[in-house]
Design a protein around this ligand. Structure first.
Ligand code: HEC
Length: 431
């Protein structure tokens, strides 16, 4: 009965589309502008521009394909498990609309008045800061880095002194890539030990990294960035403390380039002007929370690891989550189990992609009651079937910061819970 109803509804929808001639300007352009051109524009990280009818229609079959298999737009987290303020993706109906438009021969149609007026406006390829005010502190890489023309990706660490002589409270953090053609992803950490200067310029596969990874960090992930995810802004009255004499550690992943490219990326901090009612704190789960150690993935094997933390001693409101693994990672899932046996969903990634790591900011703050146990599970594939395996033949792989080792880590930003938090929408710069 229900199936019949769904089928006839579907038939009705497709049939009504079949009768309407779909046009680029009326039906497709808005979807592409919202989901694709953030990256597919001149100077963007996408391999070609998708801003005009000509650019889209000449690849329309390809566009239909990558959207149908949900390869584009890239957004690894499962949106039926949890919603995020910075999520991106097409609905089933939108995907069907693209298919139908292509099947009908990719008709151009006519621009609306607004589309004619908008010409050029949001087409500006330069980065426009979404915040209305100037940043209070801009921290640039000390030296420009030259990405070689070898066509090989680069992983590099940079050390940025803050010069702060007193603690500051930050309400927003922005990452501004110096060169969008090559900056693929980045991770910002905070060190207060003063012992990390030797990291400057170090390669992500350098064995010397092991010495640095022993030094405890004040913040293992202040912020994680991928294209299209330019800022984290905390809710009103909530701020993150950055301590005096901190140094930022920047970990950069550069895409392969056939030409020399220079990059000098920067981090922008916005100090809060409002009274700070709650300070952002972090729950960090890492290899010491693994319940089935040792964290060792044998050559030619697949393995799963589990982490657990808790029970929590207070009610908290989770703001964001950042899961982290390297190339052998395949799936990642994390949730809390409350004392009543309820599920607090955080994240579910069925197709881990090293290239699309980000800080996922929950659409609404997630209430995690006292007594909750936080769990995470991750699966790794160290066989040669995993095309991303850095070693052929496969080798045993253990914990380490460098990209040829593995990690299992997760950072949740949170504040102590307050009534009504679970209804508070968070804002981001993504949409
Ligand atoms: C966050 C950035 C980003 C967004 C948003 C994005 N793309 Fe891409 N796209 C890329 C990058 C980077 C590549 C090249 C690497 C790859 O194929 O994964 C790519 C590749 C492609 C390709 C070529 C795939 C191949 O196999 O060579 C197509 C087609 C494409 N994108 C279409 C789209 C469409 C259509 C949308 C919107 C529905 C979209 N993209 C949204 C970044 C993006």
């Amino acid at each position: 009965m229900r199936l019949g109803l769904t089928l006839s509804l579907l038939f009705f929808i497709t049939n009504s589309w079949a009768q309407t001639k779909l046009t680029f300007y009326e039906h497709i352009e808005p979807l592409i502008a919202k989901n694709c051109t953030g990256c597919h524009r001149p100077g963007g990280i996408g391999p070609f521009s998708l801003q005009t009818y000509q650019e889209v229609s000449k690849r329309s079959e390809f566009v239909a394909k990558v959207t149908q298999i949900r390869y584009m737009p890239p957004f690894p987290a499962d949106r039926s498990f949890q919603h995020y303020a910075n999520e991106r993706g097409l609905t089933d109906e939108e995907i069907a609309l693209i298919q139908q438009w292509v099947a009908q021969g990719s008709v151009e149609g006519k621009k609306s008045k607004e589309q004619k007026l908008a010409k050029g406006k949001e087409r500006d390829a330069s980065f426009v800061s979404m915040t209305m005010r100037q940043p209070d502190l801009v921290l640039k890489m000390q030296n420009a880095f030259t990405v070689p023309n070898t066509g090989v990706e680069e992983f590099r660490y940079f050390h940025i002194p803050t010069g702060l002589t007193e603690d500051v409270m930050v309400e927003a953090i922005e990452f501004l890539p110096g060169n969008r053609k090559v900056v693929h992803h980045s991770r910002v950490m905070v060190d207060t030990s003063g012992r990390m200067a030797g990291l400057e310029g170090m390669h992500g596969a350098d064995p010397k990294l092991a010495e640095f990874q022993k030094i405890p960090m004040a913040d293992e992930f202040l912020y994680g960035w991928v294209p299209g995810n330019d800022r984290i802004q905390f809710p009103d009255g909530v701020a993150k403390k950055i301590k005096a004499h901190s140094n930022l550690i920047l970990y950069m992943h550069y895409s392969p380039s056939a030409t020399f490219q220079t990059d000098q990326s920067e981090i922008r901090l916005y100090y809060t002007r409002k009274p700070v009612e709650r300070e952002v704190q972090s729950l960090i789960l890492h290899e010491q929370h693994i319940t089935n150690p040792p964290f060792l993935i044998r050559a030619n094997q697949k393995a799963s690891f589990f982490m657990s933390l808790g029970p929590l001693k207070e009610d908290i409101s989770a703001i964001s989550i950042l899961p982290h693994m390297h190339y052998l990672g395949k799936t990642f899932k994390s949730f809390g189990i409350t004392p009543d046996g309820d599920l607090a969903p955080f994240i579910k990634i069925d197709n881990w992609d090293f290239n699309w790591q980000m800080t996922y900011q929950f659409e609404k703050l997630v209430k995690v009651p006292r007594g909750t146990v936080i769990l995470a599970e991750a699966a790794y594939d160290n066989t040669e079937e995993n095309l991303l395996n850095p070693f052929k033949p496969a080798r045993d792989v253990g914990f380490g910061w460098n990209t040829t080792s593995e990690m299992m880590e997760m950072v949740i930003y949170y504040v102590p819970y307050r009534t009504g938090d679970e209804n508070r929408l968070q804002v981001t710069s993504t949409k």
